[in-house]
Design a protein around this ligand. Structure first.
Ligand code: GLV
Ligand code: MN
Length: 217
């Protein structure tokens, strides 16, 4: 068999098995972020110290407080909040939207997301790598899927508050919000990269940077 064919088969198999969080090798591995051991995920806490609270979280019970200028807030329920999720490959979040609020375009590099509308109607969409927008209005009780890594958003077009629950096939999906990533990174993305990318001048770039900069309290 030609070596190149063997290489392609092995690459395809590996990319298939690595397309999501690695599989668990034991019943539970409650995260111990302070262990100092550096692994992919978190080291396991000693089973003698595990309690039910390692698997529980009350933070999604109530709407989050919206303070952002975009009119939405995301409350995450991932391995950072629920240590028992370590190695299990799933997590959730709750999104609350003010009337007209937007969860701005963002991606999750490590997960596909499925969103369930708890309250209100949401205009949702994602953009494929062929630059096609797939969009729809989803109503209370309906679900919509955002494939892994693709830029997506939601908007509450109603005149009442809306909310949604999202589930992810990763214990820590990661979020890159497109505008914040480009305009508020540290160190900053060079202005000459942004002016070329957006085909505008430094003045426009600085205006966006000022608007998005975290407000000093
Ligand atoms: C919604 O898109 C979320 O990431 O929580
Ligand atoms: Mn999302």
């Amino acid at each position: 068999m030609p070596a190149v064919f063997v290489y392609l088969v092995i690459s395809a198999v590996l990319s298939g098995t690595l397309a999501y969080d690695p599989d668990m090798l034991q019943d539970i591995c409650v995260a111990s972020p302070s262990s100092g051991v550096e692994v992919n995920g978190f080291a396991c806490k000693s089973e003698a110290n595990i309690t039910a609270s390692d698997f529980a979280f009350e933070g999604l019970a109530k709407p989050g407080t919206i303070t952002s200028s975009v009119g939405s807030v995301v409350t995450t329920a991932n391995v950072e909040k629920i240590p028992g999720l370590n190695t299990l490959g799933i997590s959730m979040s709750r999104v609350d939207y003010a009337p007209g609020g937007v969860n701005p375009p963002h991606t999750h590099p490590r997960a596909t997301e499925i969103v369930f509308v708890l309250e209100g109607d949401l205009d949702v969409g994602f953009i494929t790598t062929a630059n096609t927008l797939i969009s729809k209005t989803v109503k209370k009780g309906e679900v919509f899927v955002f494939p892994r890594g693709l830029v997506h958003f939601q908007k509450n077009n109603g005149d009442k508050a809306a909310s949604a629950l999202a589930a992810f096939n990763s214990q820590l999906p990661g979020t890159q919000s497109i505008a914040l990533t480009l305009f508020t990174a540290t160190p900053a993305v060079p202005d000459d990269v942004l002016t070329k990318a957006f085909q505008v001048g430094t003045k426009e770039i600085n205006k966006i940077k000022d608007k998005l900069a975290p407000k000093k309290s």
